[in-house]
Write a protein that binds this ligand. Structure first.
Ligand SMILES: [Zn+2]
Ligand SMILES: [Zn+2]
Length: 246
């Protein structure tokens, strides 16, 4: 059985498949992140391609680039690491834009699988059972290949805003369409979000899978609570673990 958490019995996914037509300008080339080896480096232990933690390859998950670059939480991890360098080097806004643009192209352009650890897998929408099986067997995950950077610029820009404190100039800023009822974060138009019906919240609460109670009462005239993708994947993977399926 597929272990993708995006199951209709749990929630309604809103805006899925809508990409932001943002423009990504050209910038200087970047060599890629230090630990990025997709679990294909030397034999023995490998490193998580998201956080850099040391893991055994067969204990990880293998994901295609399309799953990685659509995750705001992934970009937040990268930019939190990068912010120290940006601050230390005193990069001005133009240099930061150039760096962001390169980062987008390098990550989206990756054709190899990404090895992801048990903690970081909660950042991503994927078929977890299949991703685990690919890591165990050492085979490529489906949908492997590069992604058009303009199709993931929105997710990187949202993370940039949350880490750097401002929206990046090279990405068109969409209107705010909504907000997450669990973490309070704004949800932009074109962003992927979900709705947790009341039964889902009750089910997750009983399983100890909620990150916390919703910040507000159930929305009037709507079924349940609006949830950003970061909260959805965080709580969805906790639920799968509670069910013994992850
Ligand atoms: Zn990790
Ligand atoms: Zn949220």
């Amino acid at each position: 059985m597929s272990s993708t958490y995006l199951e209709l019995r749990w929630l309604t996914v809103l805006g899925y498949g809508q990409w932001c037509p943002s423009v990504v300008s050209a910038g200087t080339d970047m060599r890629g992140t230090i630990w990025r080896d997709g679990g294909r480096g030397m034999s023995g232990a490998a490193l998580c391609d998201c956080c850099g933690a040391s893991i055994a390859r067969e204990d990880g998950f293998l994901l295609p680039t399309v799953a990685i670059v659509a995750s705001v939480a992934f970009w937040e991890t990268q930019f939190t690491l990068a912010k120290k360098v940006v601050d230390l080097a005193g990069l001005d806004e133009r240099q930061q834009s150039s760096w962001l643009s390169s980062s987008l192209r390098v990550h989206a352009g990756s054709r190899t699988p990404w090895l992801i650890c048990d903690d970081c897998v909660a950042f991503f929408v994927t078929d977890y059972g299949e991703a685990r099986s690919c890591a165990r067997r050492g085979v490529d995950p489906p949908k492997l290949g590069a992604v058009d950077p303009s199709k993931c610029a929105l997710f990187a820009a949202i993370a940039w805003e949350s880490v750097m404190g401002r929206w990046p100039a090279i990405v068109m800023q969409p209107e705010v369409g909504n907000h997450c009822d669990f973490c309070g974060r704004r949800i932009y138009r074109g962003e992927v979000a979900s709705r947790f019906p009341r039964e889902t919240v009750q089910l997750f609460r009983a399983a100890g899978a909620l990150d916390g109670d919703p910040l507000s009462l159930e929305r009037k005239g709507e079924d349940g609570w609006m949830t950003c993708m970061k909260c959805t994947t965080s709580m969805g993977t906790k639920m799968l673990r509670a069910e013994g399926r992850l």
